[in-house]
Ligand binder design. Structure first.
Ligand code: XAN
Ligand code: ZN
Length: 507
């Protein structure tokens, strides 16, 4: 039986535009795909529309959204570390390389104990799902068995995901390092095989995918990257995730270890930059690297919470977009301290505003003469020069990210980074129904912030057609900036509810 949702719907369209449809009808097939969508349906016309699609009301399950509720595409987390969740919110006084040695490697080393993984990972996956993440790119630890536990849990939960086991055979502590290239590659292949052999839904599509996960260039020898590049080349569909250019000391170390001119060039040398590569961070990327990444079609996981927390800097998202690089958002737990992509939306917005403010300040300095050019995080910003010698920004460079752009990065942009844009990220006929049912009603959610403490706004008395689309735009904005998991009533993947406040599987 099909499920038909009726009510307000938000759906991204492009980096600069999204649909806010107050009275939308979405029909979801038993397989969880969007059969059809009708944008403007008055309540009185509901049965007419159903019968136009050859349905009698008894043929379908109708879910009418309550006042103050809306549907939006599920959030995509393009980069997180399941094995660092036990360390959330600790260690933020350090920068990347010291933080890895002092906090992160010891935390991940505990997953050698499979029983620890079995106790820990269920909470990790549940928390991430209930945060509204319908698709997630997970890093596991370097351990095969613990990462199989993670993969099985994600599979059972029904989340759309990529799960990878870290490859790391140098510059790591002796109790948390792979003993040989062979062991690293063999266990990687074993995990890929394990994930591919997990049971498939009879009529559904595969939600869980393996992903090649060289931790970062510093923790991999040339021989290991060569072998991983070969694995990648023999399997073009296999996704790849790694870190790139997060921190200045890291970038310098990579260039000296590999004798390359840039971090991106290093991965490219080993055939690891391609259209299904997810590159976390990119804070320090130069414009030449952006050009190369765009040429290879790789995507960047922008992780602003982590970038602020570990004092890495602010990724130039606008410039990446102007170079045609695909960009999504990532929580990067536990470099980031929130499992919610909403926190990344908020921090991405702030980071873009900081960059815009700095750009204006730098420009004023130049106009007054005498100051050297600087950019927030790189040594150059490389735009073509205008008549007065000022660099000319593109459409997004140095601009505040708009609500439309933030929404896009969190949904369809993330889907592009994962090469899943034909399946998820927006509501379109034929796509999978991966969605959130959001409520902004205070009484419903226990989150007064979203309702704005305004006694004159009483949704219980209904939304008028005239005011509805304005309200909807406002609801979205409030949810993105003041919302949290209390506002997410249902987390839906491939048509199936897998989490959210209303999800009580054991009852
Ligand atoms: O934010 C990060 N988290 C990590 O675990 C990591 N490893 C390498 N580089 C990293 N960056
Ligand atoms: Zn990371």
């Amino acid at each position: 039986m099909c499920t038909v949702y009726y009510g307000p719907v938000i759906s991204p369209q492009s980096l600069t535009d999204y649909l806010a449809l107050p009275q939308c009808l979405i029909c979801v097939s038993p397989q969880g795909n969007i059969e059809w969508l009708v944008e403007d349906v008055e309540s009185t016309k509901l049965n007419d529309v159903l019968s136009q699609h050859d349905y009698a009301p008894s043929d379908i399950t109708l879910i009418r959204l309550d006042d103050g509720e809306f549907l939006m595409p599920g959030l995509v987390d393009t980069h997180t570390h399941a094995c660092q969740v036990p360390n959330l919110g600790v260690g933020g006084e350090l920068e990347l390389l010291q933080w890895l040695d002092n906090y992160t490697f010891p935390t991940e080393a505990r997953f050698k104990d499979v029983e620890y993984a079995k106790r820990t990972y269920p909470h990790v996956v549940r928390r991430i799902v209930n945060s509204g993440t319908t698709t997630c790119c997970y890093y596991g630890s370097l351990h095969l068995e613990a990462t199989k536990v993670l993969a099985s849990l994600v599979h059972t939960a029904g989340q759309r995901a990529f799960v990878g086991k870290c490859n790391m055979n140098r510059n790591c502590p002796s109790n948390y390092i792979e003993p040989s290239v062979k062991e690293s590659v063999d266990t990687t292949l074993a995990l890929i095989n394990y994930i591919e052999e997990l049971p498939k839904a009879a009529d559904g599509e595969t939600l869980l995918h393996p992903i090649l996960t060289p931790r970062f260039a510093i923790s991999c020898t040339e021989e290991l990257l060569t072998r991983l590049g070969e694995v990648a080349q023999s399997n073009p569909e296999l996704a790849i995730q790694t870190h790139i250019s997060e921190n200045k000391s890291e970038v310098e170390l990579v260039k000296s270890l590999f004798k390359t001119n840039s971090y991106a060039e290093t991965y490219d040398k080993f055939h690891l930059l391609r259209n299904n590569t997810v590159l976390a961070h990119g804070v320090q990327l130069t414009e030449d690297e952006m050009v190369l990444i765009a040429k290879r079609g790789s995507g960047v996981a922008h992780c602003p919470t982590s970038n602020f927390y570990l004092s890495s800097g602010m990724a130039r998202v606008g410039m990446l977009l102007d170079h045609g690089v695909k960009v999504g958002l990532g929580t990067d737990l536990a470099g980031g301290y929130s499992p919610s992509i909403l926190a990344e939306i908020q921090h991405a917005s702030i980071a873009s505003k900081m960059l815009a403010i700095q750009a204006v300040d730098n420009k004023k300095c130049k106009c007054n003469g005498g100051h050297s050019e600087s950019s927030s995080s790189g040594e150059e910003d490389g735009h073509s020069r205008g008549r007065h010698g000022h660099k000319q920004p593109g459409r997004f460079t140095n601009q505040n990210l708009s609500i439309a752009t933030l929404l896009y990065l969190a949904t369809l942009g993330g889907a592009e980074v994962c090469c899943l844009q034909d399946r998820i990220g927006s509501f379109e006929q034929g796509k999978a129904f991966d969605a959130l049912l959001v409520s902004v009603r205070e009484g419903d959610t226990g989150n007064p912030a979203v309702w704005g403490y305004n006694p004159d706004r009483d949704l219980t008395h209904g939304v008028t057609a005239q005011s509805a689309d304005n309200n909807l735009i406002e609801w979205l904005e409030r949810f993105l900036f003041c919302g949290d998991d209390r506002n997410i009533k249902k987390v839906i993947v491939q048509g199936r509810t897998i989490g959210g406040r209303d999800y009580h599987p054991l009852r």
